[in-house]
Design a binder for this molecule. Structure first.
Ligand code: GUN
Length: 282
């Protein structure tokens, strides 16, 4: 049996219709468009593509984008100064600083400078902490997108075994918290986990975010599982997930493709957070 594909592009365009409507309603009510600022420092080619995609997505949903491009040589202080200017700009509702930052820049200090009320990436300690405590917050985008993808399958999350492979601050940790909030029993695995396969074979819901091409093979997946592949590994001009798709699809009931699964949802949740930040500020 072959798994059903979880179509991130399709789900994304459905959610973006709602965002477009909400952005227009805001504009009609307050007389200006919702604004998102994007700061890109340096020349990382993947970051340039991500930022471009975010700006196009803003245009398509009626959100005004404010773009700031800084050289590779930018200092921590210069970046913080720009962040503070954007924090104070009343036409800007959301701010994201594209990561990674150039070598030598203090990433933690820059992210800390972002106003939590405009932190549409959900990376600030205040938002991360509020997510952990179950308080209202701007939550990280990729994890929020993953939850929407899982929910779109109709599979119940409560009481299920969910296994997250990867413990980054951007994906692994926050998605584990979100799954826990939905009453899954959550296991977080990582590079130091002994007998990873023992854990993944117990997973009714498996989220993989390790950044290693085809790290999870089909024989590590429980039959009938929901598999969410967060990987974006470029190799010989192609994009590969963290899951070996061909063997995994023979075991899973639902699986996200790469590309076309998690990726489109991340940007959509960024737009959704921007609308949320704009309305919360009123
Ligand atoms: N770099 C890789 N993923 C992300 C993301 O979601 N947001 C930002 N700001 N930078 C990233």
């Amino acid at each position: 049996m072959s798994a059903t594909l979880i179509d991130g592009k399709k789900l994304s365009s459905l959610v973006r219709e709602d965002i477009k409507r909400d952005a227009l309603a805001y504009e009609q009510k307050y007389g200006r468009k919702i604004g998102l600022a994007v700061i890109l420092a340096g020349e990382n080619p993947a970051s340039k593509i991500y930022v471009r995609n975010k700006i196009v997505a803003c245009e398509e949903t009626g959100i005004r984008s404010f773009e700031y491009y800084l050289p590779e040589t930018v200092t921590t202080d210069q970046l913080i100064e720009l962040v503070e200017t954007v924090n104070a700009d009343e036409n800007i509702d959301g701010l994201l600083v594209q990561l990674p930052l150039p070598k030598g820049v203090d990433e933690k200090a820059v992210l800390k400078a972002v106003s939590p009320a405009k932190d549409v990436d959900g990376f600030h300690a205040v938002n991360a902490g509020n997510l952990l405590l179950g308080n209202p917050c701007l939550a990280a985008c990729t994890p929020s997108g993953i939850m929407e993808l899982i929910k779109s399958t109709g599979v119940q999350i409560a009481r299920k075994n969910a296994v997250v492979v990867g413990r980054s601050n951007i994906v692994g940790k926050p998605v584990a918290v979100m799954l826990l909030s939905e009453n899954a029993t959550v296991t977080v695995c990582h590079s130091k986990t002994t007998d990873l396969k023992k854990h993944t074979l117990e997973a009714d819901i498996l989220v993989v975010a390790v950044g290693i091409k085809e790290f999870i093979k089909g024989d590590m997946i429980k039959k009938g599982a929901v598999v969410i592949d967060v990987g974006m590994n470029r190799s010989d001009g192609k994009l590969y997930g963290d899951v070996e798709f061909d063997s995994a699809k023979e075991r899973a009931a639902f699986i996200t493709p790469v590309p076309g699964g998690v990726g489109p949802m991340t940007i959509t949740m960024l737009l959704k957070n921007t609308v949320k930040a704009a309305n919360l500020a009123k």
